[in-house]
Design a protein around this ligand. Structure first.
Ligand SMILES: *[C@@H]1O[C@H](CO)[C@@H](O)[C@H](O)[C@H]1NC(C)=O
Ligand SMILES: *[C@@H]1O[C@H](CO)[C@@H](O)[C@H](O)[C@H]1NC(C)=O
Ligand SMILES: *[C@@H]1O[C@H](CO)[C@@H](O)[C@H](O)[C@H]1NC(C)=O
Ligand SMILES: *[C@@H]1O[C@H](CO)[C@@H](O)[C@H](O)[C@H]1NC(C)=O
Length: 273
């Protein structure tokens, strides 16, 4: 009997632990859902099209774009009515074009064209002011990143990113690590948003999300070399791109990630309430 109680309490303890772990990781999945805002009417962006589909309404287009991890989309507004002859009833069906885009307009609408049959929706604002010390780049399906031309230590880099409404880049996915690595100098360790600085003994990104919530790893050979430290991204001709641990007081280039628009909205809301 007491054995049964022991087994039962063990199972319950596991269940509770699991729920806590799942809950942590659940927040990540919901964070990554992009929110598209109407940015311009009577216009269509000429950014590369990831995928296109006929839809019935803008919400269907949103869901389609989201499933494709598009950072923006064009939504057709011209009616394309079809008469469907089903039995004796004529049913009208409206179909509209949905174009999921790889990248949004971020340079003050330089690739936007006038088109009265479209509306342009995006997860990012159309101008991103970063100043002269940074270079902007869009990584398709991942987001907008900025590359510093200054060398700073990890905590200074965190502050520099915050000043432009950004955070050190989240790189825990193949798209992110390989996408971002294309823009860094070869053989030049560059700070990204992954560290293990306190006594928590977990590697986490700048959103407080534990590495254990993700399947992807890009540790270099023999990495992580220390149980504490800050992570750099390294790009080498022979080994490709990988993560390397360095002391957090190293002074290096760094990469920030610009928050999509919905994040501004979210932080404004929480500030106001
Ligand atoms: C964006 O472009 C418009 C029209 O070309 C121009 O008037 C405006 O000053 C630009 N804004 C910024 C912030 O560059
Ligand atoms: C750009 O970097 C230089 C140092 O390289 C610094 O003095 C300057 O304040 C930076 N500018 C901005 C806008 O942060
Ligand atoms: C950062 O976001 C705040 C709040 O939305 C905004 O007021 C501010 O202008 C932004 N700063 C930069 C540099 O984009
Ligand atoms: C980064 O440099 C600043 C200024 O020198 C210093 O106060 C801070 O402790 C350093 N941070 C790290 C993580 O070494």
């Amino acid at each position: 009997m007491s054995k049964l109680i022991l087994v039962l309490s063990y199972l319950i303890a596991c269940l509770i632990l699991n729920l806590i772990m799942c809950d942590n990781c659940y927040q990540i999945n919901s964070r990554q859902l992009p929110h598209y805002k109407l940015v311009k009417s009577n216009a269509r962006s000429n950014q590369l099209i990831l995928s296109r589909k006929m839809v019935q309404n803008v919400n269907e287009c949103r869901n389609f774009a989201s499933a494709k991890k598009a950072l923006a989309f064009n939504y057709g507004t011209e009616n394309d009515d079809h008469e469907l002859n089903i039995g004796n009833q004529n049913k009208r069906r409206t179909r509209r074009m949905c174009q999921a885009l790889e990248c949004p307009e971020i340079y003050n609408f330089t690739t936007l064209v006038k088109d009265k049959n479209y509306k342009y929706y995006s997860t990012y604002p159309s101008i991103i002011p970063t100043g002269s010390n940074f270079t902007l780049a869009c990584i398709p399906k991942a987001g907008i990143f900025v590359f510093s031309s200054n060398n700073l230590n990890y905590s200074q880099a965190q502050t520099a990113c915050q000043k432009i409404n950004a955070s050190l880049a989240h790189i825990i996915s193949e798209e992110r690590t390989n996408g971002v690595a294309k823009y860094i100098l070869p053989n030049t360790p560059t700070f990204v948003g992954l560290s293990n600085r306190n006594d928590e003994k977990i590697w986490q990104n700048e959103f407080g999300e534990s590495l254990s919530c993700f399947n992807y790893r890009a540790w270099g050979k023999g990495q992580p070399s220390h149980s504490k430290g800050c992570v750099t991204l390294v790009q080498q001709l022979e080994f490709g791109s990988f993560w390397n641990v360095v002391p957090c007081n190293s002074v290096l280039f760094f990469i920030c990630e610009i928050s999509p628009m919905y994040k501004y909205l979210y932080s404004q809301k929480t500030q106001n309430s």
